[in-house]
Write a new protein. Sequence first.
Length: 262
Amino acid sequence: MAKKRKRKLRIDRIVILLVFLAAIIFILTKIVSCTVSVFRSGKDTSGSSSTDEQVFMSNQSSSEVDTADKFTVVIDAGHGGDDAGAVDPQGTRYEKDDVLEIALLVESELAEYGDINVVMTRSDDTFLSLDERCAVANDIDADLFVSIHRNSADIGNGVEIWINSENNSDDKLLAQKILSKFPSESISQSRGIKEGYRDDNGNEHNYYVNSATTMPSCLVELGFITDENDNLLFDGYKNEYAKAIADGIIDAANVLELYSLS
């Protein structure tokens, strides 16, 4: 009986040793696998990358990155994150929220046209610098860039579109096509197409997104957030606003031979 117990004890030790070795092999396999993955992805141990690349990749799917053979438009929802933009008199309504809602609706409207690559500078409440917004469009060589905002003033109402004050024939076409699509009942008034920057009467300066992007661009001001009636119109005609912007983009792209409706 003593010999049997001794033999059984040795078998138990062998089983424990085998389990221990199997565990070590499993851990080593995982370490090797992770190391190979990091090497193949080209990442260093710090995980660092350029800010522009982080912004672009965080907002786009892999299918959107390949823009070589598609008409590509960048939709830029202004402000975001800690930058609320303009605020209504009650302090409860923020420009960043209004324009993001419209931008996402524009994305959906453009998707109805089919083979179009729509790239969003932001799809959530994220802050991006002006440089980062322009880099999203410039880095992928987009065809058109449309930035969406809301206006503010002590007194003022209506929709207006801003374009670059220099070499702006294509910019003006884009703005005209968009502005013409707004149903008259959906806006308090059309304030027209304006060049440069609102606080520069000499038109020597431009909105940064219009001057730093390398493709036709415009900045759409969807009514005054400081005007009660403009806010009521905005809330009542969100879908019409989005459709106007999307249809205007398509019309401009067709004239510029960037996209064919046929």
